[in-house]
Design a protein around this ligand. Structure first.
Ligand SMILES: [Zn+2]
Length: 314
């Protein structure tokens, strides 16, 4: 391209640029002028002020609303926190209550176990003690029985056994060697470990002694009563003959008394008094647990003081 044309083109470009800038400046000036005019217009200023106040009001209203919402949220949060703390406290309380209850139950169980163990041990100790005493007693009895050199029974055998040491003596038992309350009697029953008198409980049994109580109302006819009294007498004589024969095998007998009483705890008891303790002991050892008239014999030593109190009739 020729240099002239290039130059002309460049000049034209510059001219266009200048024109554009001039127009822009003019436009800016006009805009500024309009703006200035608008700003200085009181109506516009008033409108602008109102606009500003309106915006400020809206801003404040929004701020208030946000504040209220925030406060409401905080209140809800506080309530929730409080409820959580209450729930937590209650849960902890329940848990600690449950734990305490478990501990108490475990302790009670352990205490009961301990108490049971003590009772068991005490029972075992008592049984062992009783067994040892029984063994020692039997040993003593056999020594005494088999050693004629011993004139007097060993001290150990002269002891008195008591059911309730220190308690009042049971009158009935000391008079008859029997008590209707038996083992449950709270008074003291005393009995010797060895004596010349043996008591064989319910040794003599007879239908009259047993049934009299039951038929008391019907047994009023004198004739019938006489007959049965006669029967009882002859049956007793037979029993007496038979028993004496057995009992004399162990030594000479001084006294033989039967309790003629229909009361259950006295019925048919027989007291046998030997001339010597050794005879009574021999009889005791031999008769204990033996059967007579298909009943197991129950033999014990007696400390009866008088016959009168214990035995009626015979
Ligand atoms: Zn008693």
């Amino acid at each position: 391209m020729p240099r002239k044309r290039v130059r002309r083109k460049l000049i034209k470009k510059k001219q266009r640029q200048y024109q554009r800038q001039k127009k822009a400046k003019e436009r800016d000036r006009l805009e500024q002028e309009a703006e200035n005019q608008k700003q200085s217009d009181p109506e516009y200023q008033k409108w602008q002020k109102q606009q500003y106040e309106l915006e400020e009001f809206q801003r404040l209203a929004l701020e208030m609303k946000q504040q209220e919402e925030e406060e409401a949220w905080l209140r809800r949060e506080a309530i929730a926190q409080r409820q959580f703390r209450l729930d937590e406290a209650r849960r902890r309380q329940e848990q600690s209550d449950a734990e305490r209850l478990q501990e108490e139950q475990a302790r009670e169980l352990a205490e009961r176990e301990e108490a049971r163990r003590k009772v068991r041990e005490e029972n075992e100790r008592q049984i062992a003690k009783a067994n040892a005493e029984f063994e020692a007693m039997m040993q003593n009895m056999h020594e005494y029985l088999n050693n004629p050199q011993l004139e007097k029974p060993p001290k150990h055998l002269l002891r008195i056994m008591e059911t309730h040491p220190g308690e009042r003596v049971c009158e009935l038992f000391s008079r008859t060697n029997c008590c209707r309350y038996g083992h449950s009697c709270t008074f003291n029953h005393t009995r010797p470990m060895l004596s010349r008198i043996l008591l064989i409980r319910h040794f003599f049994s007879h239908s009259l002694l047993q049934e009299r109580r039951v038929h008391k109302e019907y047994a009023s006819a004198d004739e019938e009563l006489e007959l049965t009294e006669h029967d009882l007498r002859s049956d007793f004589d037979e029993f007496f003959e038979d028993a004496i024969k057995e009992l004399e095998k162990f030594g000479s007998i001084v006294n033989f008394r039967a309790v003629r009483n229909t009361l259950e705890h006295l019925r048919g008891h027989v007291f046998v008094e030997y001339g010597h303790e050794r005879s009574a002991l021999r009889a005791f050892i031999n008769l204990q647990g033996r059967y007579y008239a298909s009943r197991r014999l129950n033999v014990e030593f007696s400390n009866l003081k008088t016959w009168r109190g214990a035995v009626c009739g015979t």
